[in-house]
Design a protein around this ligand. Structure first.
Ligand code: ADP
Ligand code: MG
Length: 252
């Protein structure tokens, strides 16, 4: 289902380079060092294998698609790389720093200050207007309301929502709401952005616009992007694809 397109080439660590030919996404600069890396990652849920030895890395400004059948470890990999779960074995590195051994409190701060997240269901707060939804993570981090709202509005403008800053999620289309979620993920200038099926609730056209916006805005800022997706069209818009089968990187 997710086999790569005809102009796809194998890269080191068994990931696949897409040509991103339908996309306005710029190519990642191969000179950039990996900003995010997992080395020898294992994760078990009791007897169930989540990850069985995964090596993966993503450079600054690069978007990696994670594909593969359901229940094979994609979300587990994303959660381990993002410090939501600790690996049972292996290492996670962010910008040259090992982060998998941090305690819970330090991981929470890491996620808030250095990582961004986009979910399938945007997880916006229904009672807050778009600018306050985007400003919230900054305010939680101690930035004044005034500065946080100003930064939120600037980020919303960058995702094409300058005129929607006062709308509540229920007053936005699905694609607009997902763009608010992207602004919220990017407002803190994260080093890496994680998205689990970010277009799963959108039609194909809107999904393509949203994924291009996410990749374009994140990579423009030099963030590494990891996108879990079932959608070949979404993967084709990323710079590389890795396929996870039975908790391992697969070549097929
Ligand atoms: N919290 C959990 N407790 C027990 N098993 C889990 C948990 N999360 C995931 N799993 C199992 O780990 C495997 C990989 O799951 P997951 O990473 O969610 O796969 P995917 O995202 O590819 O659908 C599956 O067998 C799943 O049932
Ligand atoms: Mg999943």
């Amino acid at each position: 289902m997710s086999h790569p397109g005809p102009q796809t080439q194998y890269q080191q660590d068994n990931t696949l380079q897409t040509n991103a030919q339908h996309s306005n996404v710029q190519h990642a600069n191969p000179q950039h060092p990996p900003v995010l890396a997992g080395r020898g990652l294992f994760k078990y849920y009791g007897q169930v294998v989540g990850l069985a030895g995964v090596d993966v890395s993503v450079r600054a400004g690069e978007a990696l698609a994670v594909m593969g059948p359901s229940g094979n470890g994609k979300t587990t990999l994303l959660h381990v790389l993002a410090g939501i779960l600790s690996p049972d074995q292996g290492e996670v590195w962010l910008a040259g720093e090992r982060v998998d051994q941090l305690n819970d409190a330090a991981r929470t701060v890491l996620r808030r200050r250095r990582l961004g997240f986009v979910f399938q269901d945007n997880q916006l707060l229904a009672e807050l207007p778009a600018d306050e939804n985007v400003a919230l993570p900054l305010m939680v981090d101690g930035i004044s309301r005034r500065d946080a709202i100003a930064r939120a509005r600037a980020t919303l403008a960058q995702v094409g929502l300058a005129n929607e800053v006062n709308r509540r999620p229920g007053e936005l289309s699905g694609g607009q709401a997902q763009r608010v979620a992207i602004a919220r993920a990017l407002v803190g200038e994260p080093q890496a952005v994680f998205a689990d099926e970010p277009t799963g609730a959108l039609d194909a056209t809107t999904g393509a616009q949203v994924i291009d916006l996410l990749i374009g805005a994140a990579t423009h800022r030099g963030a590494a992007v990891v996108v879990v997706t079932h959608d070949d069209a979404v993967a084709a818009r990323c710079h590389r694809v890795v396929r996870i089968v039975d908790g391992r990187v697969s070549e097929r």
